[in-house]
Design a protein. Structure first.
Length: 423
């Protein structure tokens, strides 16, 4: 038995999809534990790029079972589109994809509420992906939600109507201009629900418990990143779930003492999409270069991602909150060609130097303190062993390891499955 976690340590889009796909050969089960279609996980192999939103990133491996856990929120409309995307590739999802009955459903009106809430916030908007994530988790904790298991009962449409009517009243309450045709949205929704009813619904905590007893290995796949965590992220500019390690326990029903390795994944620099503080953000040619070379556009919304230097203070915080045992550094290739690289090792705040994340990360007078390291010039995308990497890149990695006190186990040098160096 082996239960490991893989989660993002920054503001999402670290490359979780790529690495879960790469690691799936070592596991029997891949399980998503939180978030929903706000996620966009990219996988590349055999010259084809796939983007998954709700479906776990192990789905392309013929032997792996993929579980969508109770902590995930599912939009049947997006889920149906994802399944249709898989049809082209002969993926046997009828057997390989299992959905927790306790996962909550995103209704069309949750999406509308998301839009109304963001519009009402004006300049203070979160920059949500507008997939209805916040309103769905609000209904979950408010004990009003509709769950996948409800679809197995005759009266689920009555529950649906009641909740959707309430949402419509709430949308009016916001008093903002949100255009919609609910009949059209509902038609699409009910059709999609029929499609997902053809999949296997399970009591996933029971399933995973039994799998562990039978000696199966499980990799839990996180969505978003630690700095978007509802408790530990840059609140209120966060998502609505626990993206950190504890979220895997509540989002799958796996006890903390069953978890062994915690893989923390980060980019060699930093990106963020949506609003909120980002102390090391760059507005100069260096930031533009990262965005261009790294193709930094959101996999879900297509929005440009903000780019900046690696923030080691924030990374260390994420390592601590998650109990990371191994690091994985992504997109090292994007930094090839920089003469110098900066990493943030402290902040100037209120006239003093601090080495931790302050409560108010968006404070006007918060400034990063940088250490400058030498860059590397070589194209590293074809390198396949750690030893062959340029010395200055190895020095960059050593500096990170010494700072956060965890070793880097994987270095990723390109988007393809093959462009991955295991140490
Ligand atoms: P996720 O949400 O954490 O799965 O990450 P995304 O898929 O949203 O964003 C990561 C992006 O970087 C995707 O376009 C990947 O194909 C790409 N990517 C992943 N690893 C690397 C890498 O090492 N180098 C480069 N150049 N691109 C990478
Ligand atoms: P993956 O799994 C990057 C961001 C949004 C917004 C905030 C709240 O691909 O790493 P929400 O839709 O949850 O209400 O948005 O969180 N966000 C992400 N940013 N990657 C993601 O997922 C994200 N999911 C949400 O941009 O700032
Ligand atoms: Mg993403």
């Amino acid at each position: 038995m082996n239960v490991n976690l893989l989660l993002g340590l920054q503001w999402g889009d670290e490359g979780k999809g790529k690495i879960v796909d790469y690691l799936t050969k070592e596991y029997d089960i891949i399980a998503r534990f939180q978030g929903g279609p706000n996620a966009g996980h990219t996988l590349e192999f055999n010259g084809i790029k796939h983007v998954l939103h709700t479906i776990p990133s192990g789905i392309f491996h013929p032997k792996a079972i993929n579980v969508v856990g109770n902590g995930v929120v599912i939009d049947p409309v997006i889920f149906k589109k994802e399944l249709e995307g898989l049809d082209k590739y002969d993926v046997n999802y009828k057997d390989a994809l299992l959905i927790s009955r306790k996962a909550h459903l995103i209704l069309p009106t949750h999406r509308l509420l998301d839009a109304a809430s963001e519009t009402a916030k004006g300049k203070a908007k979160i920059g949500s992906t507008l997939k209805g994530i916040g309103p769905t988790y609000m209904d979950k904790t408010g004990r009003n939600g509709i769950r996948v298991g409800d679809l197995e009962f005759e009266d689920w449409k009555d529950k649906y109507r009641q909740l959707a009517d309430k949402h419509e009243a709430m949308i009016n309450f916001y008093n903002v201009d949100v255009q919609y045709d609910l009949n059209e949205l509902e038609e699409e929704f009910f059709e999609a629900v029929e499609k997902i009813k053809g999949l296997q619904f399970i009591d996933s905590e029971e399933y995973l418990f039994k799998a562990m007893k039978d000696g199966k290995s499980i990799l839990a796949e996180g969505a978003q990143g630690s700095l978007l965590d509802i408790d530990f992220g840059t609140y209120p500019f966060v998502t609505s779930s626990n993206t950190t390690a504890a979220g895997a326990c509540t989002g799958l029903g796996i006890a903390p003492n069953k978890i062994q390795q915690v893989y923390g994944i980060f980019k060699a620099y930093t990106t963020r999409v949506g609003s909120g503080p980002f102390p090391t953000e760059l507005f100069d040619k260096h930031g533009k270069r990262m965005a261009k070379v790294g193709h930094e556009f959101g996999a879900t919304t297509g929005r440009p991602r903000r780019c900046g230097w690696l923030d080691l203070v924030a990374l260390k915080y994420a390592v601590q909150v998650n109990g990371v045992t191994d690091l994985m550094m992504m997109k090292a290739d994007v930094l090839s060609g920089f003469n110098e690289l900066k990493v943030c090792t402290a902040y100037h705040y209120n006239g003093e130097e601090i080495d931790h994340l302050p409560y108010n990360l968006s404070a006007e007078d918060l400034k990063p303190v940088y250490k400058t390291l030498k860059g590397w010039q070589e194209d590293i995308t074809k390198i396949n062993s750690f030893e062959k990497l340029p010395q200055t890149l190895k020095d960059y990695i050593t500096f990170i390891e010494d700072f956060v006190e965890v070793k880097v186990k994987i270095v990723s040098v390109g988007p393809d499955r093959k462009e991955t160096i295991m140490r």
